[in-house]
Design a protein around this ligand. Structure first.
Ligand code: SAH
Length: 225
C-alpha cells in the first residue's frame, strides 16, 4: 500500500497538521497516529469536500450521512487496538476511511452499510488505496454479520438507543466493542467487553454525536431515513 496512491503531495502537509490536532485532543498512541499519516482521507470523500479532508471535523458524504471526526476515530482505534491476527466487524462503512484504518491494523475487516451507494463508493476508494482484507456488505448492521462471527473487535459508527443484542452475541470471548449509546441527539461512548459468559459495559470518554443507527435492533428506518 502506498502512502499516497494518487501521488497527490498537496495533502501531505495538511495530514501532518491533522495528526497534531489528534494529538492535541489526547490520543498519543504512536501506532495509531502513524496510521493517520499513511491513509489519505481525501480519496474516501466526495470530490466537492476533498479540500476539507484533513480538518478534524465530521464531513458530509451524501445520503444524509457524515464521515466521522478523525480524532474520534483515532480515540476508537487507541482503545480497541485490533491486532494483525484479529477479525473486526464494522457497522456503518460510510465513506470507508475507518475501514481502511482498521484493515491496516487487523487481519480482516467485515463492514456493513445500509446505504448501497455509500458502500459502492467505499469499495472503489478501498480498491484505489489497495486494501485487500476488507469485505463489505449492504444490509442492516444491527443484526451483525453472522456468517463470519465471532469477531474480536466490533466498531459501531452510528448512534444506538441500546447495545444491539445480536452484536453482543457475535463478539468473541475476549472481544471488545465500542458503540455510541444514548438519544438521537447525544450519546456516550460505551465499551462492551466479553469474557466467557460475562459481558461488561463501561462508559468511556465524554459525550458524542453520531448519525442514528437505523435498523431492527436500533431506531426504525422510517423515522429518520
Ligand atoms: N465510519 C464512517 C461513519 C459513517 S456515519 C465514516 O467515517 O465514514 C455512519 C454510517 O452508518 C452511515 O453511513 C449510515 O448509513 C450507516 N448506518 C446507519 N444505520 C446502519 C445500519 N443499521 N447498518 C449499517 N449501516 C448503518
Amino acid at each position: 500500500m502506498g502512502s499516497d496512491p494518487l501521488g497527490d503531495v498537496r495533502y501531505t502537509g495538511y495530514r501532518r497538521k491533522l495528526i497534531e490536532e489528534i494529538r492535541a485532543r489526547g490520543v498519543d498512541d504512536l501506532e495509531t497516529l502513524q496510521l493517520f499519516d499513511r491513509v489519505p482521507r481525501h480519496i474516501f470523500l466526495p470530490e466537492g469536500v476533498q479540500p476539507r479532508a484533513y480538518e478534524d471535523n465530521a464531513i458530509p458524504i451524501g445520503y444524509g450521512q457524515t464521515a466521522s471526526q478523525p480524532s474520534l476515530q483515532a480515540y476508537y482505534l487507541s482503545i480497541l487496538r485490533p491486532t494483525e491476527d484479529e477479525k473486526v466487524l464494522e457497522i456503518g462503512t460510510g465513506c470507508g476511511y475507518l475501514t481502511a484504518l482498521l484493515a491496516m491494523m487487523a487481519d480482516r475487516v467485515y463492514s456493513v452499510e445500509r446505504v448501497r451507494e455509500l458502500s459502492k463508493r467505499a469499495r472503489k476508494a478501498l480498491d484505489a488505496f489497495g486494501v485487500k482484507n476488507a469485505a463489505l456488505l449492504v444490509g442492516d448492521g444491527t443484526i451483525g454479520w453472522r456468517k463470519y462471527a465471532p469477531f474480536d473487535v466490533i466498531v459501531v459508527s452510528a448512534a444506538s438507543p441500546s447495545v444491539p443484542k445480536a452484536l453482543v452475541e457475535q463478539l468473541a470471548d475476549g472481544g471488545r466493542m465500542l458503540i455510541p449509546v444514548g438519544s438521537r441527539d447525544i450519546q456516550e461512548l460505551t465499551l462492551v467487553k466479553k469474557s466467557g459468559s460475562a459481558v461488561t459495559e463501561e462508559r468511556v470518554g465524554g459525550e458524542v454525536k453520531f448519525v442514528p443507527l437505523l435498523g431492527r435492533f436500533a431506531w426504525s428506518e422510517e423515522a429518520g431515513a
